[in-house]
Design a protein around this ligand. Structure first.
Ligand SMILES: Nc1nc2c(ncn2[C@@H]2O[C@H](COP(=O)(O)OP(=O)(O)OP(=O)(O)O)[C@@H](O)[C@H]2O)c(=O)[nH]1
Ligand SMILES: [Mg+2]
Length: 177
């Protein structure tokens, strides 16, 4: 199971839609997504995973809001991989990444492998980006453009194939090993 996390408006729902060719509400407004949606993602080699979209994170997410979204956020515990979607065209992308990472820690999800997805590459000049090192730590995409998602799909397929054989270093209580 793969869960998409990230700051609100980063492009999480758009990514899920394009990856799985579905039609989940994606809008240019805060908290466009209020309930989690899951879709099947089929890889070229007949492997299938469940991929889940969720509510966007914000800086200093108030505890009351954390509680309100508790059931939604709880589902994240079942994820084998977190896709952390970052809007790299947003001038505050670094603070946003930090806020999301803080929430991941707070939810005690920090043992789950994370793949950084640097989204909205169409809105920036990649060669003039202020932190080229960072871009090497993840995968650059435009969630609105299917063609750009190929490297991400390959990476996920590779991780999932390995996981089938060896596990991702993390087991669920309901699994037998
Ligand atoms: N230019 C550009 N716009 C994008 C891209 N991906 C998403 N968007 C736009 O960004 C806005 C937010 O997208 P959503 O997919 O709703 O973002 P989200 O992360 O699901 O937002 P919440 O559900 O509010 O947390 C929409 O207007 C999308 O069309 C991209 O790669 N390039
Ligand atoms: Mg959304």
């Amino acid at each position: 199971m793969i869960s998409i996390v990230g700051y609100t408006n980063a492009g999480k729902s758009t990514l899920l839609n394009t990856l799985t060719k579905s039609d989940i509400t994606a809008e240019n407004k805060l908290f466009a997504t209020l309930d989690p949606s899951s879709r099947r993602l089929k890889f070229p080699r007949d492997i299938e995973v469940i991929i889940t979209d969720t509510v966007g994170f914000i800086q200093n997410l108030p505890d009351e809001l954390m509680e309100a979204f508790h059931a939604t956020l709880e589902e994240l515990e079942d994820a084998d991989i977190l896709l952390h979607v970052v809007d790299i065209s947003n001038p505050r992308y670094e603070q946003q990444m930090k806020s999301v990472e803080k929430i991941i820690e707070k939810l005690k999800l920090d043992a789950i492998p994370v793949v950084y997805v640097f989204n909205k590459q169409d809105k920036i000049d990649v060669n003039a980006f202020d932190n080229p090192w960072l871009l090497n730590q993840g995968i650059l995409v435009s969630a609105t453009n299917q063609e750009t998602l190929k490297p991400l799909v390959s990476k996920l397929e590779e991780m999932v194939t390995k996981h089938q054989r060896h596990g991702l270093g993390r087991t669920h209580s309901y699994e037998r090993h």
